[in-house]
Design a protein around this ligand. Sequence first.
Ligand code: FE2
Length: 291
Amino acid sequence: MSIKKIKIVSSDEIMLNKKINLILRSLEKSKTSKEKKGIKLEGQKLIKKIKEKCNSSSKKYFIIKCNNKKRLLENIKFIVSLFGKKISQNSKKEKMLLVTPNTSLIKKFQKEMNDKLRYHQTNKGGSIHTDGPQHKDTPKFLLMASISNKNRGGESIVVDGKKIFDYLRKNKPTICKTLQEKYLFERRGFNYSNKNIFKKPIFENKKNFSMRYLREYIITAYKTVNEEIPSDKFKAMNYLDKLLYSKKFQKKFKLKEGEIVIINNKSLAHGRTSFAINQLKPRKILRVWYN
Ligand SMILES: [Fe+2]
């Protein structure tokens, strides 16, 4: 069975995209700062609706399609600015990161890629995760803007963590309970105390549901403190991976140039298929985190 490819776009999504592209066109024509300010306010109202859709729709993600490819970077930058306060992605406090393979680091750390490199620096596929698990409060929204993605592979995968949680609660309650216990996480990219490690559950389902998961960061955290992952925790994590990689739960789409996906990072896990490295036109996805 192949992974579900998403083709259904709701009339709401089409309408919101039309409005966004109208705003982008007026921005292009605008001359005064007063005009630009008014356009920004209109844009912010649309983004508010998009965020609401990511919270309430069953898809929990939204794709903005910028029509004017000639103004790709300007338009992406403008849309990124409409979302509000960005979250740092590393100790350098970088808030917009380019997800692109770092070929020299990949060569250098071929065998230790999982331990030494952050996911956004590789061309690996697979690892289904949520973003920013090293933050105390994980980002509510993840924005990924496609600047270049024409190479073979590099498709985006999304998995509804809440659906998996509900499935486990019903069919595997012990595993579901274990995944709500605290695991060690490496806080990669940052320099916090306690060996840059903290303890957090993978699933939380108190007032709101949220998922925090990046397998590699859990593995390296236990290695750092020289501890074995308790076997019930390890088994629960393996079972979670089995479901995350199951085609039954996955949805897949390829983010074309000029497309921006906004993902509800508390509910959805995501990943990508591996991709070929093209030195002349590498895959470039701009990533931003918001609350
Ligand atoms: Fe990610």
